[in-house]
Structures are given as structure tokens and as C-alpha cells.
Design a protein around this ligand. Structure first.
Ligand SMILES: [Zn+2]
Length: 413
């Protein structure tokens, strides 16, 4: 009898321990905010206490958009192009959104929302946005080729509601919509805490275009900071009340023209110069000028969600929160050899090098990779013979235990 009681008691203890353990692991949540068209120098000039507060918890870094200048990854410093680089973790040579008209996105490169909806459709997704196309065209909600996904909550499209938000020459209506959107984001997140959400605010870019480097532009940055603060407070509240671990990433989609701060779209340093703020602890790659494409893999790391290996092979970004072994891959074809250089982190690890001469992924097909050799991560340099693989196109993937990198060689005739 005594023995039975002891067994029951032990079982109860085990159950209670398991329950406590479950309670300890907080649920992972992520939100990213795009504040349109603020070059890093402009942001650094203006007092932004809320962004400062977030970066105190994690970090602030200068970052870049525009791909690798002068190569096939070079990407216009245009809004929708930048948003899609963030969403897909790839540059324009893959995602194929070249301008704000979003003509022909290549949905074979999955966006963040599609990845997480596919991983677990019970995860809650939300968008709060001053531009409708972000949901309907870039995420491609309800579009078959984009995976026919549906976000759980959308608060957008107000730029088309000319009764509530009559359009005016000074674009004050956009400022009002940003207020409206950020207040709803605060309310909805406080109440529901979606697993992945996107806030997009536009007014800063409008003031940049109209007035360039000016008090108006700087005031708009201050207002955007207040709007971010609203959302940041909601996250802090949720972290206090619920067992949740939030990652917030705030960034911009492009810088501004050097001369007057008005336009953008080109490849000047100032147009490419962006920034990233996050509350999560970062790895040392974060301070090595990350790109907008690095945000997607970082958010997936935080959410502990992995894509398929085939998809991971295509991501141009590198996580700035998890430990990594390698970054900044550069390739060069010299005679019959491919020369590789990269930057290494942490302890020496084995790097396996794979090559494919096809690019069927682009059209929804499969590529066959051939292992051409291996190297030590700390060497930061290697070369491999490809004389048996004659081609004008090489897709290279470097794999280590912690992360992988990829790049193409396109030989121009
Ligand atoms: Zn923009």
C-alpha cells in the first residue's frame, strides 16, 4: 500500500515539474517595423528616445540596402523593393520586385509570413500598414502562386479611404494614417500578441521627398519614434503580463540622395545607408554592417522556425542574433577555379562547399548540387576546380554546422 502511495506521489511530482517546465519556456513572438526612407545619418541626428530605449536592450547598427553594388545582386534603393528584400531575405535578382508597381514578384522565394503560416497555420499573423500593397501584392495574400495564405489580422488600406482621410497636397493625411495604424497596432498587440506582425509607417518618406534634409523631415522622424514607442510599450506590457519573449526589429527601406536628401533609388552611399534597431542580444555580425536581407533569417531564428534546406540554400541574409560561423561570401572565377573568401566567427569549423550549375529553384524546380570540397572556416579563403562543370552560371552554397551562405557567379559574355 505504502509503495503505491509513493508511486502516485512520484507521478504527481513529475507532472507538476513538467507543467512548471512548460511554464518557464516563454512563447516567442516577433514584430518588425519599417519607417520609410530615413538614411542612417538623418536618424542619428534626431532625438529618438524610443528607438534608443529599444537599442539599449539589444543594439543599434548602421546597415545597408541595395545588394552588392556593381554585381548581379545590385538592387534599386526603392521602397517596395526594400520591403520585399526584408520579407524574402533575398535581393532583387531573386525576388524580382524592381519598383513600387510590383509587376511580377517571384513568389518561389517565400516571404516570412508564408514561411511561418506553412510551418504552423495556428500561429497568429498581423499587419498594420499605411500601404495596402504590402499585404495584397508583396505578401500576396490570397494569391495562388504566393501560397494562398491569409493573415489573421489586417489593418490597412486607409490611403484609399478618401472620406475618412481626405487627400491633401501636404500629405498630412498620411501622417494621420500612420497615427491611426500605430495606435491600432498598440491596441491589437496589447490584447492579442500575434506571433508575427509587420508595422509599416510612411510619412517620413513623404517629408523627405517634399522637403529633403529639413526641420519637416526631422519632425517626421520624431513622430515616427513616438509611434514606435507606442508599440514598444505594448510589447513590454505583454512581456510583464504574459510569458512571452518578443523580438522587435525597426528599420528603414532606403536612405536619401546625398545632395538634398530628397530622392532615392540609386546606389550612392547615402541612398544605401540604412540602420537596424533591435531589443534582442545580437552576435558580432550585427556590428559588421548587416543588410536588410539579414532581418528575415534573424526573425526566424528568434521564432525557432526553420525553413526547408532547399529554401535555406537560397537566402541571401545571415542571422544577426544566433551564433554563426561564416558571413560575407565573395566569389571569383579565375580560369578553371572558383575562388571563395568569407569572414569567420568563433571556433574553427568545417565548411562544405556545394555547386549547382542550374537555377531551377527560380521557376519552382529543383537543383542538383555537387560537393566540390571542404575547408576550414577560420581560413576565410579557398578555391575549387570546376573544370568538370563548365558553365556560365554557378550557384554556390557553403555549409557549416551553424549557418550557410550562398551566392551566384554569373559570367557575362
Ligand atoms: Zn521608401
Amino acid at each position: 500500500m505504502k509503495k503505491t502511495v509513493l508511486i502516485i506521489y512520484s507521478i504527481l511530482c513529475l507532472i507538476s515539474q513538467t507543467l512548471t517546465a512548460q511554464k518557464i519556456a516563454p512563447s516567442k513572438k516577433a514584430i518588425f517595423i519599417i519607417l520609410d526612407g530615413i538614411s542612417s545619418d538623418a536618424l542619428e541626428k534626431v532625438y529618438t528616445p524610443n528607438l534608443d530605449d529599444i537599442s539599449k536592450a539589444g543594439g543599434y547598427t548602421r546597415a545597408y540596402v541595395g545588394g552588392e553594388k556593381g554585381t548581379h545582386t545590385e538592387t534599386p534603393t526603392i521602397s517596395a523593393v526594400g520591403y520585399n528584400s526584408l520579407l524574402t531575405g533575398t535581393w532583387v535578382h531573386k525576388h524580382n520586385v524592381w519598383g513600387n508597381s510590383i509587376k511580377n514578384p517571384n513568389y518561389n522565394y517565400w516571404n516570412l509570413f508564408r514561411v511561418i503560416e506553412n510551418y504552423d497555420s495556428t500561429l497568429q499573423t498581423a499587419i498594420y500598414s499605411t500601404w495596402l500593397d504590402n499585404r495584397t501584392k508583396l505578401i500576396g495574400e490570397g494569391i495562388k502562386d504566393a501560397g494562398n495564405i491569409k493573415l489573421d489580422y489586417a489593418f490597412d488600406g486607409f490611403e484609399h479611404d478618401t472620406i475618412r482621410f481626405p487627400h491633401d497636397k501636404g500629405n498630412a493625411y498620411i501622417s494621420k494614417i500612420d497615427e491611426h495604424v500605430s495606435k491600432e497596432a498598440e491596441r491589437h498587440i496589447t490584447k492579442n500578441g500575434p506571433d508575427l506582425s509587420w508595422v509599416y509607417l510612411e510619412f517620413t518618406d513623404d517629408m523627405g521627398h517634399m522637403f529633403g534634409d529639413s526641420p519637416q523631415f526631422h519632425e517626421a522622424i520624431k513622430s515616427a519614434d513616438k509611434q514606435v514607442g507606442r508599440i514598444w510599450n505594448a510589447l513590454k506590457l505583454r512581456q510583464e503580463k504574459f510569458n512571452e519573449d518578443w523580438m522587435i526589429v525597426v528599420t528603414t527601406d532606403h536612405g536619401r540622395k546625398k545632395e538634398d536628401g530628397k530622392g532615392h533609388g540609386g546606389q550612392s552611399d547615402r541612398e544605401r545607408a540604412t540602420w537596424i534597431v533591435t531589443n534582442q542580444p545580437t552576435n558580432s555580425y550585427f556590428n559588421n554592417t548587416p543588410g536588410v536581407v539579414d532581418i528575415m533569417p534573424s526573425i526566424l531564428n528568434h521564432l525557432k522556425i526553420e525553413m526547408s534546406k532547399v529554401q535555406t540554400n537560397e537566402i541571401d541574409g545571415t542571422s544577426f542574433i544566433n551564433p554563426i560561423s561564416i558571413s560575407n561570401l565573395h566569389l571569383q572565377k579565375v580560369n578553371k577555379q572558383i575562388k571563395l573568401t568569407w569572414k569567420s566567427y568563433g571556433k574553427n569549423r568545417k565548411v562544405k562547399v556545394y555547386v549547382s550549375t542550374t537555377n531551377n529553384f527560380k521557376t519552382g524546380g529543383k537543383d542538383t548540387y555537387k560537393k566540390v570540397g571542404s575547408a576550414n572556416s577560420s581560413d576565410e579563403i579557398a578555391s575549387f576546380k570546376v573544370d568538370k562543370l563548365p558553365s556560365e552560371f554557378y550557384k554556390i552554397v557553403l555549409k557549416t554546422k551553424l549557418n550557410s551562405l550562398n551566392k551566384w557567379i554569373v559570367i557575362e559574355k
